[in-house]
Design a protein around this ligand. Sequence first.
Ligand code: ADP
Length: 618
Amino acid sequence: MRETQTSEAISPPQPHAARPRRAIWIVALAVCAALLVIVASFPRIERFYLRQAGADDAATLRLATQVLRGALERTEALPALLAEQPILRQLLAEPQNQGIVPFTNELLRQTALSLEVSDIYVMDVSGTTVATSNYRSDTSFMGQVFDYRPYFADALGAGLGRFHALGTTSGQRGYFFAAPVIDETQIVGVIAVKLTLDGFEEAWAESGSVITVTDANNVVFLSDRTDWHYRTVGPLPEAALEQIATTRQYPPSLLQPLDLRTEALDPDIGFGLELANVGVESFVRQTTLIASAGWRVSIHTPTGPAAQQAWTAVLLLSLVVVMIGLVIAIILGRRARLIERLEAEQSLAALLEARVTERTAALKSEVEERRAAEERLRATQKELVQAGKLAALGAMSAALSHEFNQPLAAVKSYAENAGTYLDRGRTAEARENVTRISGMADRMASISKHLRNFARRPQDLTGPVRLKNVISDALDLMQPRLRNVEVSYTCPDQEVWARGGPVRLQQVLVNLLGNALDAMQGRVPQRIEITLTDGDAPEISVRDFGPGLSRAALDQAFDPFFTTKEPGQGLGLGLSISYNIVRDFGGHLAASNHTEGGAVFRIVLEATEPDSAEVAAQ
Ligand code: ADP
C-alpha cells in the first residue's frame, strides 16, 4: 500500500523538467525583445554620441572664434592710431613729393611687418592709393583706386571703415580696417590696414572638423574646405548681390548655393546643435557669432565616427544581452537535464521497487503454496506409511491368528487339565499347568505389544538408534511367518548405531522380509540372509532365495503402486514408502539381484554417535 503511494508521489502530473525548458523559451523571447529594443534605440544612442562629438568640438570652435576675434580686435584700432602720424598728412598734402612717398612707403612696410598685418596703405580722398606697404611687390596697390570699397566710404563718412573681401589685386581674402587721416578739421585721406585671413584656414584644417565663417549675406567667406568658399548657405537677396558686385567683395560667378540641409539635433532642449547634411556628407554643426564683423563661425563635426561608436555600442549591448541570455539558457538547460535525469532515476527506482514488491509478493505466495503442498505431501506420506503398515499387518493376519490360536488352544487344555488336577488334589501338577498358562499369556502379550507398537500412528523421532534392536524386533514381529523359514542373521559383536527412527526402520525391515517371504512362496527350502555391517555407513542387507527381481521390478520397484502381485495381495506401496523412510534418515535403499539368485535389498544409513538420553530410552 505504502509503495503504491510512493510511486504516485514521484510521478507528478506535469514533469518538472518542462518548467526550465519553458523558461529557456522565455529567455530566448526576452533576448529577442531586448535586441529589438536595442536596435530601435539606435537613433537615440547615435544622438548621444553625436552630442558628445559636438561637445568635444565646442572647445575647438571657441578657440577658433577667439583667435579670429582677437586678430580682428587687435587690428581694428590700428588705422586710427596710424592715421595720427604727421607724415601721412604731409604726404596727402604733397602726394607728388618724391621725397616723402618712398619714405612713407618704407615706413608703412616696416609697420606692417612689426604689426603682422599684410598691408597698410594710404589713399587720398578720391580713393587713389598714394602710399602702400606693398610698394615693392608685383601686386602693389600704388596708384590703385579703392573708392568702391565700403571701408573707404565708411572711413570718410563715419570715421571707421571695416570690410572683408577677396582682394582684387592680391587675390587673397582679407579684412580691411580703415580710418580717416585728418588735417586740422579736414579729412585729407584714408589709411587702411588689411589683415589676410588665409592663414587661419591652415590651422583649422588640422582639427578634422570643418570650420566655416559665414558673413551677413550667408556667404561662406572662410573655410578649411576650399570647395565651400563663396558658397551661399541661405537666401541671397537681390540687393545684396548687387552690393557684392558694386563693392567687388567676391566675384559674383563664385556665389553658388551650398547643398545644405539642417535640423536641430535636440529640438526639445534647443541645445544649439544641428544636424547638417552637405551633399552626401553629414555633420553636427554648432555656431557662434563674431558680432563686430557680422560673422557666424560654425564648426562641422563629421557624424561618421559618432555613428560608428553608436553601432559599436549597439553591437556590444546586443552581444552582452545575447551572452547573458546564453548563460541563463545554459544554466536552465543544465537544470532541465539534471531534473530529467533525476526523474528518470526516480521512475526507474520506483519501477524497480514495484517489480521487487511484485516479485516478493509472488515469491511469498509461491513459498506459501509450496509450504502447503509440502504439508499435504507430509500428511499423505504419513497416511501412506500408516496404510503400508496396515497392509503389512493384513498380510500377516493369517499367520497371526494361527500364532494366537495355537497358544489359546494350549491355554484352554492346560486350564482344563489344571482344573482336573485340582479336583484330584494334585496341586503340584495343577501349578505346573498354571505356570505354563502364564508363559503362554506372556508370549501372546509380547506379540500383541509388538503389533501395537507397529500399528500405532508414529511419534517416531529421528535420532541415534541401535540397529541390532531394530532387527530383532522386526524378526519378533515377523516370527509367525518365519516359522518354516531358515533365517541366518550375521552381525558384529558391538552395538551398531545409525541415524533413524526405530519404528519406521522396523517397518522397512518388515516390508523387506514380507516381500522376501512372498517371493519364496511355494519354494523349498525357504531361506533369508540378514547381514548387519558397521562403519561410516552402517548397512542392513536382506537377501532371499526367491526368483529375484524381474526386469520391470528392477526399474520400477520403488515407484508407488508398482506391483506384480494379484489384486488384493499387494498395493505396490511397500517399497516406495520404505525408500522414502530411508531417504528421510539421510540414507538410501537399493535393490539388486544376487549373482547366485534371489533378490538383495540394502538399507544404507548414516553412522551416528549415541546420545546419552536416547541410550537410556532404548
Ligand atoms: P507389493 O509387495 O505390494 O507388490 P512392494 O512395493 O513391496 O509392493 O513390491 C513391489 C514389487 O517388487 C513386488 O510386486 C514384486 O514384484 C517386487 N519385489 C519386491 N520384493 C521382491 C523380492 N524379494 N523378490 C522378487 N520381487 C520382489
